[in-house]
Design a protein around this ligand. Structure first.
Ligand code: NAG
Ligand code: NAG
Ligand code: NAG
Ligand code: NAG
Ligand code: NAG
Ligand code: NAG
Length: 343
């Protein structure tokens, strides 16, 4: 990395992580070292930040649990797939940023194919348990393929006998991923603006030009973050960007999910999105969008200065904002930074 890049990098980190005086951990995901995180774990304090840099191949940084190392945990963070072609050796590389919420262990894996079962795991504050976690991950390759989601309907009872080691299905079943482009040159919209999704599916927001969020709200208050809802945080993307940060949320049920961009002015310009909105009746997408555009009381004063990358609910209620920050940090608190700016 050239010196000029390093200074720009520092400037970028300084902008994004305004209040972070704490340690920055740098973790490489994949690349020439193979199917590993380098280093394999870090011991961090609350407020520290882990930067995951995705190198060659196509990996994810996904939260799991100690007991099920190769399964996404409910509410856990997930970077989505970050393909980096073999010929990209000098970068820029996608980077995921994770703010360490506390001292409790955080278990992480790559959910590409069977990378986890080959030991591609990572942890924050594993204590003495990292080796056991990794062994669990490798051992899970010899047992049943992971279930996708406990909310999926149970498989129908069959009369077949249970074999000791069922053959893995050709593709480990995951639901469909619905890709939504957020923004772009001269575009203040989510494209598509609605999707119909099944439980077990995922929705991946791909952030294009300008500086947007995908923030969950409610039908009744389209331009305010819902308590406990997901929030991608801001994803600034430069005009000449060719790679785009993503943010993936699991779809848990068929209930309508309402989403907006929290950049001031965007929601009231109609930059909203919905999953499984009704197509008739009162709570349609069009009604939601109209409400967003009429919303004078959006209370949208922009991000709070706590926005060191953790999703910052844009509420004016400071006490509620603080609480929501803490809640969301244990969930989807991963923010993507594209380093294309550094070229
Ligand atoms: C991570 O990288 C940043 C920026 O290059 C650097 O300032 C920091 O010291 C690194 N952290 C560690 C733990 O090496
Ligand atoms: C699904 O549930 C997880 C865990 O509670 C949550 O993080 C995620 O935001 C939910 N998805 C939606 C679309 O609400
Ligand atoms: C990355 O991996 C995912 C999951 O296997 C796959 O769907 C996607 O097409 C891959 N992307 C590239 C560019 O290879
Ligand atoms: C993105 O938008 C947020 C909220 O307005 C702002 O705080 C942040 O500085 C912006 N980032 C960039 C790189 O423009
Ligand atoms: C409203 O939509 C639901 C399904 O989306 C459908 O079952 C129902 O018949 C529709 N009602 C009317 C009045 O169109
Ligand atoms: C702020 O949120 C708290 C807890 O939800 C609530 O009791 C209080 O009335 C709110 N204050 C304002 C000004 O909305």
């Amino acid at each position: 990395m050239r010196l000029s890049q390093i200074s720009k990098l520092s400037a970028l980190f300084a902008t994004v992580a305004v209040q972070v005086t704490a340690v920055q951990f740098n973790v490489t995901v994949g690349g020439s070292t193979g199917l590993v995180f380098t280093p394999e774990f870090v011991n961090a304090q609350p407020g520290d930040v882990v930067f995951f840099t995705f190198k060659q191949k196509n990996h994810t940084v996904t939260q799991s649990t100690f007991d099920s190392p190769c399964q996404r945990s409910a509410g856990g963070f997930d970077s989505g797939f970050q393909p980096v072609p073999a010929e990209n050796v000098d970068g820029p590389f996608p980077v995921a940023r994770f703010a360490v919420p506390g001292t409790q262990p955080i278990w992480v894996y790559c959910r590409q194919a069977n990378h986890c079962q080959q030991g591609m795991v990572f942890a924050v504050n594993p204590g003495e348990k990292f080796a056991a976690y990794k062994a669990n991950a490798i051992a899970s390759g010899n047992s049943t393929p992971p279930a996708v989601s406990s909310s999926l309907p149970p498989s129908p009872p069959t009369s077949t006998t249970v074999v000791a080691s069922p053959p893995p299905t050709s593709t480990p079943t995951t639901g469909a991923d619905h890709r939504v482009v957020v923004g772009g040159p001269g575009r203040l919209l989510f494209d598509p603006s609605t999707v119909t999704a099944q439980p077990g599916d995922t929705v991946t927001f791909e952030f294009h030009q300008k500086n947007h969020t995908a923030t969950q709200s409610t039908f009744s208050d389209p331009c305010k973050p819902s308590v406990g809802g997901f929030n991608s945080g801001f994803n600034p993307v430069g005009d000449s960007a060719t790679s785009f940060p993503t943010f993936t949320v699991p779809v848990n049920d068929t209930k309508a999910v309402w989403v907006y961009c929290a950049q001031p002015g965007h929601c009231s310009s109609g930059m909203v999105f919905a999953i499984n909105a009704a197509t008739n009746g009162t709570n349609t997408f069009d009604a939601f969008r109209a409400k967003a555009m009429g919303s004078a009381s959006s209370g949208n004063t922009g991000p709070s200065s706590t926005g060191a990358g953790a999703p910052a609910p844009t509420t004016t209620n400071a006490s509620a904002a603080g609480r929501a920050d803490v809640q969301s940090i244990t969930g989807l608190s991963m923010v993507f930074i594209s380093l294309f700016l550094l070229l």
